[in-house]
Design a protein around this ligand. Structure first.
Ligand SMILES: [Cu+2]
Length: 467
């Protein structure tokens, strides 16, 4: 049996079984859960230490050429169309066709030249956030330089002597809120101990988008679309890690709000800030880290607990989309409505994208008579097919139903499954999501609003919903 088949069989069996994903990992020899291993073993301290490249899911790296030892990057500021959700493409600004801009990765001690070209309709300058570089390179319009006019370019050149998680951004506030930010990773000359096996970076952004409008309202003070690396969950690409590995995740925030980032199932230590590596004496245990505006936070943990773990901003409205009342008519009503009306809204959305609206979790027969209903009942909207990609292979059916806004998964996979998923990623193989459970599902559309709440509840139970 080839490995692809065996993986799919394992995954399908796991999804079919009650308890779903826990079966995927087996229970014979559970690894130690909750153990903190922040102290490196002696062997790790002396190991050869070339830092691993950082992976920024859904955002590419900026390539460079070498000019007599100088790393030369071409950074192009331009309008970008970014699909932030399957039914929402926005007109933002970014770099090299990407928002956030592509990730720049260099090594401590590198001589770097970044040629910045302006293809925007207005002038701008670029600031290297946190970098200790000559004043002339600081990117302050009218102070350290003239603004870069549309159609022109400017080279910034400096030597990096720091290491850590930094970012670059336009120094003009409205341009920032149009998306003009990117990660700038400065790798240390030797990897920090304990050495990490996986290193990820995520840019936090929020957007104010009026209904049926594609241009962010940069002057707004409330936000209705929240993104990790430019996409809302479930479009976010999961972080795939091997069970037992040490993982670093880096966050940067250039928005108008703070984001308490929370990881399920593990305890981490904050090992770095926007100022670089923190001394080990400051590594207190945590599972949530507040990433304030203009800040960076790195945290590390040992992925010793197998599962599909959520990593998300814990601000309730930040792990949802389209929640704020930007016009008189709310996009999603959470009060003064009832089940069938709420479901029509969701079905309308599902029809736009072209996916089947999977039925929501069970509700009581008298739900419509309970003040406050519905709250989250109508919001689960599985769209596994629409967001299918190799990194999602093997996830249980309808996994995407409650994934929204600033959210992703850390998939802590045992070695065999890890290898299979990574092989799929390498080969670009997307497994078809498992079929919907229950019969006659396809005929049961939410557009039929004469279904009673009782029928809803029964049907949801038929599907063997996980919740
Ligand atoms: Cu948040």
């Amino acid at each position: 049996m080839d490995s692809r088949r065996s993986f799919l069989q394992v995954a399908a069996a796991a999804v079919a079984s009650l308890g779903g994903v826990s079966r995927l990992f087996g229970t014979d020899t559970p690894p130690p859960v909750g153990t903190r291993s922040t102290r490196p073993k002696p062997a790790e301290r002396s190991a050869p230490a070339v830092p691993r490249p950082v992976i920024t899911p859904d955002v590419k790296n900026l390539p460079f050429t070498l000019d007599n030892g100088t790393k030369v990057f071409q950074l192009v500021a331009e309008p970008v169309k970014r699909k932030i959700a399957p039914w929402k493409t926005i007109d933002c600004w970014g770099f090299n066709g990407s928002c956030p801009g592509p990730t720049i990765q260099v090594n401590q001690g590198d001589q770097v030249r970044i040629v910045v070209e302006n293809r925007l309709p207005e002038s701008f300058a670029i600031h290297w956030h946190g970098l200790e570089i000559p004043y002339a390179m600081d990117g302050m319009p009218y102070l350290s330089q003239k603004p870069i006019a549309p159609g022109s370019q400017l080279g910034y050149e400096f030597t990096v002597h720091q290491n850590g998680t930094f970012f670059y951004h336009s120094h003009s506030p409205m341009q920032q809120m149009m998306g003009m930010i990117g990660m700038f990773i400065l790798h240390p000359t030797r990897a920090h101990a304990p050495i990490v096996d996986h290193d990820f970076g995520i840019v936090l952004q929020e957007w104010a988008l009026l209904p049926n409008n594609t241009v962010p309202n940069t002057a707004n003070m409330e936000w209705n679309w929240l993104t990790f690396n430019g996409v809302c969950s479930p479009m976010t690409t999961p972080l795939i890690v091997r069970l037992g590995s040490r993982v670093r995740v880096r966050f940067v925030n250039l928005g108008m709000d703070h984001h308490p980032i929370h990881l399920h199932g593990h305890t981490f230590v904050v090992t770095g800030t926007e100022g670089g590596r923190q001394p080990e004496t400051l590594w207190g245990p945590a599972n949530t880290v507040l990433v304030g505006v203009a800040q960076a936070r790195d945290f590390e943990f040992v992925a010793n607990n197998p599962g599909e773990w959520m990593l998300h901003c814990h601000m309730p409205h930040h792990n949802m989309n389209a929640m704020s009342d930007l016009l008189g008519d709310r996009m999603m009503m959470t009060a003064d409505t009832e089940d069938s009306r709420a479901l029509i809204q969701m079905q309308t959305l599902a029809d736009q994208v072209g996916f089947q609206h999977v039925h929501h979790a069970p509700i009581t027969p008298d739900a419509n008579n309970v003040p406050g209903f519905p709250q989250d009942a109508f919001m689960d909207m599985g769209m596994d097919e629409v967001v299918a990609k190799p990194e999602n292979n093997g996830l249980p059916r309808n996994w995407s139903a409650m994934m929204m806004g600033m959210m992703t998964l850390v998939r802590v996979l045992p070695p065999d499954l890890y290898e299979l998923v990574m092989k799929d990623v390498k080969n670009g193989y997307t497994a078809p999501p498992p079929p919907l459970g229950g019969q006659a599902h396809g005929e049961h559309q939410h557009g039929d609003h004469d279904h009673s709440a009782h029928e809803h509840a029964e049907h949801a139970n038929d599907e063997g919903h996980r919740r």
